[in-house]
Design a protein around this ligand. Structure first.
Ligand code: SAH
Length: 248
């Protein structure tokens, strides 16, 4: 993906969490890690927990202050386990993914995660444009740091549309708009031909069917199947010219 998204961990106490966060990032395709005053770093435990993400960890930037870690960033989103006294715009992880992808097309984005014991200070939170909160058990809403990184990184990946290639469960590319349009025209001719759609009184049938099929996000195979069915049920409806001309 190579998104301009950096994960900033503030004053992490346990090096294992730094390694696990690096791993969480790499599995989701994020690459830039910044560490603000980590308590123990570099550390064998961090490397062990990073596992196959040792490269990402080796390239992590160690910073003395949060402003230094945020240098050059446009959108800054802080991850916070609880709503503090500070009333700040708060979004959910899904929305966070969308906002990050949108902003990443215009500049660098930072995601800031707090200390294991005490999270982010009010001053640090005030450096954020937005806060993201992972909905959790209200009686125990504080996730392990690396797991919070995993959830947010996953949502960014989902919002980015995953890897290039077909999303899980898809056998063919999504139908292009012009093919969908040809399908709708075919559908309209077929419905007219079989007497289901009255051109004199169409009501909102085509609008509703368009909404239905748009929601289904048909792929190329599915469009071919639908058009095959229409041609079988209403022979000659495939084309608007020649034999397929609309009947009165
Ligand atoms: N005890 C701390 C939480 C520390 S967890 C507190 O109450 O603030 C370490 C970090 O993981 C947090 O600072 C936050 O960045 C992230 N985190 C943990 N749980 C989260 C949640 N439910 N939503 C968003 N971020 C969370």
């Amino acid at each position: 993906m190579n998104l301009p998204v950096r994960v900033v961990l503030v004053e992490t106490s346990h090096p294992g969490n730094i390694g696990a966060a690096a791993r969480a990032m790499k599995t989701m395709g994020l690459t830039q890690l910044a560490l603000v005053k980590p308590r123990h770093y570099p550390s064998a435990e961090a490397s062990a927990r990073a596992s196959g993400a040792a490269d990402l960890l080796a390239r992590a930037r160690v910073c003395a202050t949060l402003p230094e870690a945020l240098d050059g960033c446009g959108l800054v989103i802080g991850a916070s386990a609880r709503q503090r006294a500070l009333p700040w715009p708060l979004i959910a992880p899904r929305e966070c993914g969308r906002r990050v992808i949108e902003a990443a097309s215009r500049g660098e984005v930072a995601l800031v995660f707090g200390r294991e014991q005490s999270g982010l200070t009010n001053e640090e939170l005030q450096r954020c444009n937005l806060l993201v909160q992972i909905p959790a058990n209200p009686e125990y809403s504080s996730l392990n740091l690396a797991m919070a990184v995993q959830v947010i990184a996953y949502e960014i990946r989902v919002a980015a549309g995953g890897e290039a290639g077909l999303p899980v469960g898809r056998e063919a590319p999504l139908a292009r708009a012009e093919e969908l349009e040809l399908f709708f025209e075919h559908l309209q001719r077929a419905l007219t031909r079989v007497g289901f759609l009255n051109p004199q009184n169409p009501r909102q049938l085509m609008l509703r069917l368009r909404r239905l099929f748009n929601r289904a996000e048909l792929d190329d195979n599915e469009i071919a199947i639908m058009r095959g069915i229409l041609s079988a049920l209403a022979p000659g409806s495939a084309r608007s010219d020649g034999s397929g001309r609309e009947q009165d």
